[in-house]
Design a protein around this ligand. Structure first.
Ligand code: ZN
Length: 291
C-alpha cells in the first residue's frame, strides 16, 4: 500500500536510530504473485512492523503470525496496514480498528473519544476515511502508559492524513491518543483514535494511524512526534517496557518539530562537519544546526 518503497527504509532507519533494534525487511511477491513463498519466521523477532496492504498471505503464514502474537510477540500496525485483510477476523481483533476494504458495521463499532471517555458507535456505515492532509494536534488520553509517559500531552503533528471512521472489534484496547478531526478539512468533528494498544493473547500490539508516505520526502515521517511515538511503541510491543529517554526536540502544542534525516545529530557533530566544509559540500549540517 502507499509508497512502500519510500516508507520501508525510513521505518527501518527510525527504529535502528534507537540502537535498540536490528531490522530485517520481509517482502511479499508482487501483487498476483505466488504468495506461497512468503513464509517469514516471525518467532525469530521481538516485534513485527506491518507496512502492508496486499494479497492474502497463505494459510500457514497467517497461522504462524497469530501463533507468534498469541505466544507473546509484538506487533506495530503502521498507518495503512490497518487497511489490510478486511475479511480475516483474527487480524481485525489483533489490530483493534481498521478501515477501507469494504469494512462496515459488520466489522465492529466506530470508536471515538467524547466527554472524557471511549464511545463505541454501532451506527451503520463504511469504515475508514480521511479529509484533506493538514497539520493537527495529537492529544494524549493515557499519560501513564510506558509509550506516552513523560511526553508532552498535546503536540502539533506535521502534515498528514487524519484517519476517521475506523471500525473494528476494539476489544482489549487502550486508547493512548486522539486527534480532533476538523470538519473544515473534511473531518468528523470527533476526537479520532490515533495511537492505541491492543492486548492479543500474550502479545502486545501498538497501532499508529499516523505516517502517510506519498511524496518524497514524506512530511509526516519527519515529524519528531511520529518518530518518537513509533520508536517507543515498537519497544513497548517488543518488550512491554520503554527505556528510551524523552527527547528534547519533541513538538509542542503549537510548534511542529522535524528530524529531516530521521536522526538527531548533536551540535558538536554538526559543527565538526561544518568545520570541514569545502565549496559545493552539502549545507545540510547548517540547516540542522539552525533547526
Ligand atoms: Zn495514507
Amino acid at each position: 500500500n502507499h509508497n512502500w518503497q519510500l516508507s520501508h527504509p525510513i521505518l527501518k532507519t527510525i527504529l535502528e536510530d534507537t540502537d535498540l533494534f536490528q531490522v530485517d525487511l520481509a517482502l511479499t511477491p508482487p501483487q498476483g504473485g505466488d504468495m506461497s513463498v512468503f513464509t517469514p519466521v516471525f518467532t525469530d523477532y521481538h516485534v513485527v512492523v506491518l507496512d502492508y496492504n496486499g494479497d492474502d498471505w497463505p494459510e500457514a503464514t497467517r497461522q504462524a503470525f497469530l501463533d507468534y502474537v498469541r505466544g507473546g510477540g509484538g506487533v506495530v500496525v503502521y498507518h495503512a496496514a490497518n487497511n489490510a485483510f478486511p475479511e480475516w477476523p483474527e487480524f481485525n481483533e489483533l489490530i483493534g480498528l481498521g478501515g477501507w476494504g469494504g469494512r462496515t458495521e459488520r466489522h465492529g463499532p466506530y470508536v471515538v473519544w467524547r466527554d472524557g471517555e471511549i464511545v463505541r458507535d454501532m451506527r451503520p456505515g463504511p469504515g475508514g476515511a480521511h479529509g484533506r492532509q493538514h497539520r493537527f494536534v495529537v492529544d494524549h488520553r493515557d499519560t501513564e502508559h510506558p509509550i506516552t509517559r513523560g511526553l508532552p500531552e498535546s503536540w502539533l503533528h506535521e502534515q498528514d492524513e487524519l484517519y476517521h471512521h475506523l471500525r473494528g472489534p476494539a476489544e482489549n484496547m487502550t486508547l493512548l491518543a486522539t486527534a480532533w478531526s476538523d470538519p473544515v478539512t473534511g473531518g468528523t468533528g470527533d476526537h479520532e483514535p490515533i495511537l492505541f494498544t491492543i492486548d492479543y493473547g500474550a502479545g502486545r500490539v501498538f497501532q499508529t494511524a499516523l505516517g502517510h508516505a506519498g511524496d518524497d520526502p514524506p512530511p509526516a515521517l519527519q515529524c519528531t512526534g511520529f518518530i518518537v511515538t513509533l520508536q517507543r511503541g515498537a519497544e513497548w510491543a517488543a518488550t512491554g517496557a520503554v527505556t528510551q529517554p524523552v527527547p528534547d526536540d519533541f513538538p509542542t502544542a503549537d510548534q511542529v518539530r522535524l528530524r529531516p534525516r530521521f536522526v538527531r545529530e548533536t551540535p558538536d557533530k554538526l559543527l565538526a562537519e561544518l568545520a570541514g566544509y569545502t565549496y559545493n559540500d552539502s549545507l545540510e549540517p547548517l540547516v540542522q544546526l539552525e533547526e
